[in-house]
Design a protein around this ligand. Structure first.
Ligand code: CA
Ligand code: CA
Length: 648
């Protein structure tokens, strides 16, 4: 372009047209050669006052941009300018344009065949009296430019105008209503002055214009015909005047695309958008609300400018989308219908806005799978998972909360994205799983009920969170198997082990702490134990202090009366019992002080409490239900005493 920035004054007709050899001259000029045009220009310029700070080709600012042709033309203008300074004022012979308010940004200028919408005030040059005003009519004027539908002076004076520009167009009578005037409104030979504010430009050839503002780095899918979208928008007219905004309503606009639910230009302009993308969509009136406009906000024949932010997108035919993020190695079992699962999740909308998180509540979400306890999409997505697996699940609204959403939490027709992390799952039929990780070569003596064992353990959740460890206490844990002092699953996991053996044991909650959990164990948690048997002391049945490992001596008293003096004091009794233990014919209860057990046993048999047992005092009981034989010390009081002593 020749003029940069545009001059405040110039004669009608575009500089570009002049210099390009007149290929697209406005027909209303009635000139058909460049030579004739230049003659016309010279004539006009002698009558025009130029402002010194805005010469058409202000050399310091625009010289470098000028072509050779421009320079020739500009030289001519300077000559003319000189002539203008020396000439005097005279009658106005051509249109004079005063661009007294030009917007900083002007993406488009009026050209021949463009349609425009504008406000104007028409006054007489002679006395400044008003003869017409679109403002007074309360309605902007709409016309096509350069095709003779306006008076010639306006057809020319409007050329090159920007939206929001204000200009004054002064028109001599021969380019307005001539020597006759019109209808008593315009007298003969009137010079007319139009103050024009341009509001809108469009052309029949216009298409929907799209300008990208920002696009997310990743974009899995884009809007296509028949998609349902939720978006925010600010709607303005081309002049910048706002007419509508979804933001002000604080909710997205939700609609199908490409099915005629929207104005045509929007149906087209939304195509190809990603969630999170911002774009400007400029829609000419004939693809928007056309001649009727819309309500009081959109005037007739208005170009609309939408700044759109795509928030959500899906198609009613969509199934859920599952993305595997992390699948643990060696996963043998996967979730099926009926399993009870515990998982963590972060729930977001497609644009990344969070709506819910189990992490925030610091507790897993627990549910049965495939039984309708959760939204349909989630019920389906929870199938076939491994413990520890991480997945991203995208659920379309028809498999989630549908058109209604959930209160203020989930908008209607929202696509939900869940990042889930499976902590564990189980089925009530699950058993304790035992995996031996180290088995000593010598492994003939193994743990069983009543044995006293020392063991080391780590107890974790299935996601690796360590709950308890024997390492926290400096020594191994000690328990008597079968004494109901540890959870059933651990009892099972510790059974059948030999010293030095190591195991990994998975314990479902019905073998562990059940639905209520305990201490640091969450509700319905599956537990993972690493076990090592450190020491094994074979035991005696519950309620007994001593057992025979083979047949007891028969008769017993003579065997017990080591010196044959018909009486057995404590020392002799003790020596006898310890001899049985030493020669592996009998076993004392492990884990308690042998002397005190023996003393208890002795006192129990010494019925008259005279410090010695005689033959009549000794009773022998044969336990008919189990082998081997036991010394009868089942006196209720003593039994209670022993049990309580054991628990100390
Ligand atoms: Ca004796
Ligand atoms: Ca006695």
């Amino acid at each position: 372009m020749c003029f940069s920035p545009p001059p405040r004054y110039y004669i009608a007709g575009k500089c570009k047209n002049l210099l390009d050899g007149g290929t697209s001259l406005s027909p209303s000029l009635g000139l058909d050669s460049a030579a004739a045009l230049l003659r016309s220009v010279s004539l006009h310029f002698t009558r025009i006052r130029w402002q010194t700070d805005s010469l058409p080709c202000d050399p310091p600012r625009s010289l470098s941009q000028l072509s050779q042709m421009d320079l020739t033309f500009c030289s001519l203008l300077f000559v003319l300018h000189a002539a203008a300074v020396t000439g005097g004022p005279g009658p106005i012979v051509d249109v004079i344009v005063d661009r007294y308010d030009i917007p900083r940004v002007c993406p488009r200028e009026v050209q021949t065949e463009d349609f425009i919408r504008y406000h104007f005030n028409g006054t007489f040059y002679a006395d400044g009296k008003k003869f017409d005003s679109s403002h007074d009519r309360g309605k902007a004027f709409i016309s096509q430019v350069g095709l003779g539908r306006l008076i010639t002076g306006m057809d020319r004076g409007l050329q090159g105008m920007c939206v929001n520009e204000r200009r004054r167009i002064t028109i001599p009578p021969h380019l307005a209503y001539g020597s006759i005037g019109t209808g008593g409104v315009i007298p003969p030979d009137a010079v007319l002055v139009y103050d024009v504010l341009l509001l809108d430009i469009w052309n029949a050839e216009d298409k929907v214009q799209i300008r990208a503002l920002s696009k997310p780095a990743s974009c899995n899918r884009t809007v296509v015909v028949s998609d349902f979208v939720r978006y925010h928008y600010n709607g303005t007219l081309l002049s910048g005047e706002a007419f509508d905004s979804s933001h002000s309503r604080n909710r997205t606009y939700d609609t199908y695309v490409g099915q005629g639910d929207l104005i045509k230009g929007m149906d087209e302009g939304l195509l190809g958008m990603c969630v999170g993308e911002r774009r400007i969509i400029i829609i000419p009136p004939f693809l928007a609300y056309g001649v009727n406009g819309s309500g009081t906000q959109v005037p007739p024949q208005a170009t609309l400018v939408f700044e759109v932010l795509m928030v959500d997108l899906f198609n009613p035919k969509d199934d859920l989308i599952v993305e595997l993020k992390e699948v643990p190695e060696g996963c043998t079992r996967r979730t099926v219908t009926g399993d009870y699962i515990r998982y963590h999740y972060n729930g977001t909308f497609q644009d990344g806005t969070p709506f819910d998180s189990s992490y925030q509540r610091n507790s897993t979400y627990n549910t049965y799978i495939g039984m309708g306890y959760v939204i349909r999409g989630m019920d389906k997505a929870l199938q076939g998972l491994c413990m520890g697996e991480k997945r991203r699940i995208t659920i379309p609204p028809h498999m989630a909360y549908g058109e209604d959403g959930v209160g203020d939490l989930i908008p209607g027709s929202a696509v939900l994205v869940f990042d889930i992390h499976v902590i564990d799952f189980h089925n009530t039929e699950d058993r304790v799983q035992i995996k031996v990780t180290n088995k000593p070569k010598e492994c003939s003596v193994t743990s069983e009920a009543d044995d006293l064992i020392h063991y080391r353990y780590n107890c974790s959740l299935m996601d690796g969170t360590l709950l308890y460890s024997s390492d926290h206490n400096k020594s191994p844990s000690i328990t008597t198997l079968g004494a109901n002092s540890v959870i059933l699953g651990l009892e099972k996991g510790l059974s059948g082990m030999c010293v030095g053996e190591r195991r990994e044991v998975i314990i479902p909650p019905h073998w562990g702490h059940g639905e209520n959990g305990a201490g640091g164990v969450p509700r319905s948690a599956v537990l993972f134990f690493e076990l090592e048997l450190v020491e094994l002391q074979k035991g005696v049945p519950e309620g007994y202090m001593f057992v025979w490992l083979e047949d007891s001596p028969e008769p017993l008293f003579p065997a017990m009366d080591l010196n044959g003096d018909e009486e057995v004091p404590l020392e002799e009794f003790s020596a006898f019992i310890m001899l049985q233990v030493k020669e592996a014919r009998g076993r004392l209860r492990p884990g308690v002080d042998a002397d005190s057990i023996i003393k208890d046993m002795f006192n129990n048999q010494d019925r008259n409490q005279d410090g010695k047992i005689v033959e009549d005092e000794l009773k022998l009981k044969v336990d008919e239900e189990s082998e081997p034989l036991f010394i009868d010390i089942i006196v209720v009081i003593l039994l209670c005493y022993c049990v309580s002593k054991l628990k100390e």
